[in-house]
Design a protein around this ligand. Structure first.
Ligand code: SF4
Ligand code: F3S
Ligand code: FES
Length: 248
């Protein structure tokens, strides 16, 4: 069963751009990325869109559909009615390169600022031992496909470009929390999270969690526990002393 859908797609580059109207065929079972590909094949061969897996696993096809941050390959056309006008725009928090493709290098820069896994110096690879419960705790965070939809959505940078320097965003605060919870990581990440990665700017609005295509509970399972660890350190002298004397 096919029908013609009305699409509005943002076309332009860093200098500026506008929404263009198209009418495109839609077939049963298709996703928004299929329609964008059909547009490229039939009407706009120069339309830029980033994608790789078409299976919700590479994190490349992030954009906004009717204003909602989404993976284009996981947004089913069946979620819209045939009368809907579907507007596709690039992620708003990152500079546009062309059409639906944004420059996400902000995220790579922030990733590089996170100190990597730091095991005790006396342990060699192959000697690491940890309990299954600790493995499971970080497993959820490792489902991240680095689509950066959470980074795009968090209002701390979405509405305040000037915060980008001081705020690493939910994806990388989650990475810091994952390492902080790791029983074999000896780096103390609490002060760094607060002072260098801007954990204090997160006011737990949970918008990041809402848009995560992997359904990772970013706020509840990573950001809030990390905030609690920072608060313990800062405000509770007993915990602070305990941490100093008996840390792990
Ligand atoms: Fe994407 Fe979720 Fe990873 Fe954020 S945490 S980058 S929304 S998969
Ligand atoms: Fe932003 Fe998520 Fe915190 S949306 S404010 S990082 S809970
Ligand atoms: Fe890989 Fe959409 S194309 S997640």
């Amino acid at each position: 069963m096919s029908y013609d859908a009305k699409f509005r797609v943002w076309r332009g580059d860093i200098e500026g751009g506008e929404l263009h109207d198209y009418t495109v065929e839609v077939n049963e079972g298709e996703v928004v990325l299929d329609i964008i590909h059909r547009l490229q094949a039939t009407q706009t061969p120069d339309l830029a869109v980033r994608w790789n897996c078409k299976a919700g696993k590479c994190g490349s096809c992030s954009a906004e559909v009717n204003g909602r941050p989404r993976l284009l390959c996981m947004t089913r056309m069946s979620t819209f009615t045939e009368a809907d006008v579907i507007t596709v725009t690039p992620m708003r928090s990152f500079p546009v390169m062309r059409d639906l493709v944004t420059d996400v290098s902000f995220n790579y820069a922030k990733a590089r600022e996170v100190q990597s896994f730091t095991p005790p110096p006396e342990l060699k690879p192959g000697e690491y031992r940890m309990q299954q419960v600790d493995v499971e705790r970080s497993q959820e965070f490792r489902k991240c496909i680095e689509c950066f939809l959470c980074q795009n959505t968090c209002h701390v940078v979405r509405d305040h470009e000037e915060n980008k320097e001081a705020f690493s965003g939910p994806r990388f605060l989650m990475r810091i929390a994952e390492l902080e919870m790791h029983p074999l990581d000896v780096a103390d990440r609490r002060d760094v999270a607060q002072e260098e990665h801007g954990l204090g700017l997160c006011n737990i609005t949970k918008c990041c969690t809402e848009v995560c295509p992997e359904h990772i509970k970013i706020t509840d399972n990573a950001l809030i526990p990390m905030k609690e660890r920072v608060a313990d350190r800062k405000y509770d002298p007993i915990v602070w002393l305990g941490n100093k004397l008996f840390r792990r």
